[in-house]
Ligand binder design. Structure first.
Ligand SMILES: [Fe+2]
Ligand SMILES: [Fe+2]
Length: 364
């Protein structure tokens, strides 16, 4: 596939507009207390941006895939504080979610760095929010090091909760009451969703991330599998997002609902380093974690019994899953989730050893 990086022109407005909106909303999702949700990006603002700044548009096979904006800053020493120096500052860097993991972000950074050198600027830098863990990984991999740290002391311990968690839980449980998923597990899905909605908040806290995204995390996690009964696993995310939009219309603020629906739509597409939002990865990791540990052992036996299998067959199923544990581990984004996963897997292994012995009628 051919990747081309070139300057953005006035005629690129339609191609770039969704990405300008996208980058703003990545920030609005994670820090709604500091960023507004963006619905539209005016053409005149785009033209000003394209004219005033160094811009880079990444085209993958002719289609806009990402962009980068580089600004110049020059200090001449006249303010008596800053020594004379010049900088190239990456103000924006965005790659469309579906185009990530193809080296486009790196290519844009390289283009911006080369332009900084070509302009004779002495420093190359950027700012990144701590919630944007995917971007931080990209920058560190590229060689960036932290230069200064902006610290904040949260003045409210917890953001005022906007949603009625109890009410949303009841809506979910009503919707799934009596329904069976493809494995015939009945209420398992509703219970799983409720557990994931709690797990995701714990995970957010354990990772010391902003509580301002809790409403979004809770809503997306609670409804992430709402369509388990209605669609095959590969497509159920998109079906679930639509069902969620119907169920929660008027119950949840529209912006929040849309952000949650977007997470639900793609939650089964798991790539830990794809640069998607922190909220997205938190929901995915919590979802995945809920499938392991003692709960998995219990679910496995229920599943085996439903399919008229005996104890030994059930153990074989567990052993097969154990063999894939490295793959599952590699799909987790957060360190806390990886640690919890390893602990759960260890418990499973111990159980498998003991149960294997007992199943064979051994004394020890
Ligand atoms: Fe799912
Ligand atoms: Fe799930």
């Amino acid at each position: 596939m051919a990747l081309v990086i070139r300057k953005m022109s006035a005629g690129d407005y339609e191609a770039v507009r969704p990405m300008l909106i996208g980058i703003q909303n990545v920030h609005a999702t994670a820090r709604p207390d500091q960023f507004l949700v963006c619905q539209e990006w005016k053409q005149e603002d785009y033209l000003r941006l394209a004219a005033d700044k160094q811009t880079f548009l990444a085209l993958q096979d002719g289609k806009a895939a990402g962009y980068c904006v580089l600004a110049e800053k020059r200090f001449d020493g006249s303010n008596g504080i800053a020594a004379p120096h010049t900088l190239g500052i990456v103000e924006d860097l965005y790659v469309k979610p579906e185009m990530r993991r193809h080296g486009i972000g790196e290519a844009l950074l390289t283009a911006a760095k080369e332009k900084t050198e070509e302009l004779g600027l002495q420093h190359f830098e950027l700012k990144v929010w701590t919630f944007n863990t995917g971007a931080i990984r990209l920058y560190e991999k590229f060689g960036f090091k932290a230069k200064n740290i902006c610290m904040e002391l949260p003045l409210q311990r917890e953001k005022r909760q906007q949603i009625d968690r109890q009410r949303l839980t009841e809506i979910l449980q009503d919707e799934l009451a009596g329904q069976q998923d493809s494995a015939g597990r009945g209420l398992w899905t509703a219970d799983h969703c409720v557990r994931v909605s709690k797990l995701v908040l714990e995970l957010r806290q354990a990772e010391h991330l902003e509580s301002s995204m809790d409403d979004l995390l809770f809503t997306a996690a609670l409804f992430h599998d709402v369509s388990h009964d209605a669609a095959p696993h590969e497509t159920h995310g998109a079906v679930g997002a639509d069902r969620m939009r119907d169920l929660l219309f008027g119950e949840v603020e529209p912006n929040l609902l849309e952000q949650a629906a977007e997470i639900v739509a793609e939650h089964d597409d798991r790539h830990p380093d794809d640069g998607r939002s922190t909220a997205f990865h938190l929901v995915q990791d919590a979802d995945m974690l809920d499938h392991f540990g003692t709960l998995r052992i219990w679910a496995n036996y229920t599943y085996a019994a439903l399919h008229k299998r005996n104890l030994k067959d059930s153990l074989v199923l567990l052993q097969q899953a154990q063999a894939r544990k490295g793959l599952y581990l590699s799909l987790l984004h957060f360190q806390t989730a990886q640690e919890a996963f390893c602990q759960r897997i260890e418990e499973e292994q111990k159980f498998l050893m003991d149960a294997g012995n007992e199943c064979c009628g051994r004394l020890f």
